[in-house]
Design a protein. Sequence first.
Length: 404
Amino acid sequence: MAKEVGERPEVPLRHQGAIYSGGFFSSSMTDVASVVLPLWLASMGYSTVVIGIVVGAKHVLPLLFAIHGGSLIDRLGTRRMMLAFAAVSVAVLPIFPLSPLVPIIVLLQMLNGLASSMCWMVAQASFGRVLMGHPAFAGPFAFALRMGSFIGPPLAGLGWDLMGATGGFGVLTIWALGMLASGLALPRSDDPKLAHRIGLSDLAPRLSDYRSAFALALVPAMMLVLIISIFRIAASSIQDAFYPVYLTSIGLSGTQIGLLITLSSAVAAGSALAVGRASKIIDPLWLLISMSIGSIVFIAITPLFTSVLMLGLIAVLRGFCMGLSQPLMLSLLVGAAERNAQGLGVALRTSANRAAAAVTPMTMGVVAAVLGLQASFLVVGGVLLAGMMAVVVYVKRSESPREV
């Protein structure tokens, strides 16, 4: 069972700001890329299968190295890790428009996927280590995450409409520079273990880290977070890969697509601030489950509509569900792991998320090639919804839902 959250820690505003800004840029990198990358690939005539492979490739290296990366966060500190991986994104993103060959695109996507994922892991670990995962910070942190997704996609869409790939990937590069600036502003740890020079032994994978991670995965509260997170992120990966492609097919521009995504994020930012009040009315666990189900339903039914008004309404409803569910999930994650193991806790969730996010676009690309793009939303969404229904049944049959 997750441990209870203690008193609100006193954290300087400048350190809170660094953590919020780190989350702002790193968590929204995928949303910004979800406007640019599919449009760029579609403009070059690539099929849905290729688009699915490229989008899914982003998650391969994070899946393989998340646990090792999480252990490095715990061992070397958040600031070092944010700076190192933000620099990788800054170097890789401007190369995309110069590389139209699929193998090179996949390689670049894998590198940027690892870098942005590690920066997002750092932001989450900082939330746990510095802000202690306290509910007083969970709402503002989730609000900052959603504001990144609110501001970024329309800027990317506008950049695409004005300057094509150069403009779109230029916005992505600005986001990478934001991660770098956030890393510079993160607090330096006062732990003397983190003050020594980094050697090869610090960077090498350790079997003990993997043992600790898998042991943590068996903690009931952690297992619950991982199961729900898998289905929730799989639904988001549908949006990342094929939402812009569908909207383009019905005649929407890049700016309109960006505005729909940002509308969803704006509502999510507002609902995230209401999570404290909502969790007093509805049990937090069931609130998380119900909002995760809603996020799946509202992306799956997207191709049933073609009018901008109805698409906007669906985006609002999905954003509401995503905004309420995210801070609940982050707090559960922090509560399931000790303070000195926040990196490993985040790594476990990242591994689960990346597995789902790598498989879903590739699978959906194949389904779209066989049954059509619109049908693929309903088929894949239906499978994810069936998985969440199984979670509901399992939790209801448990003597204590919080110890699933």
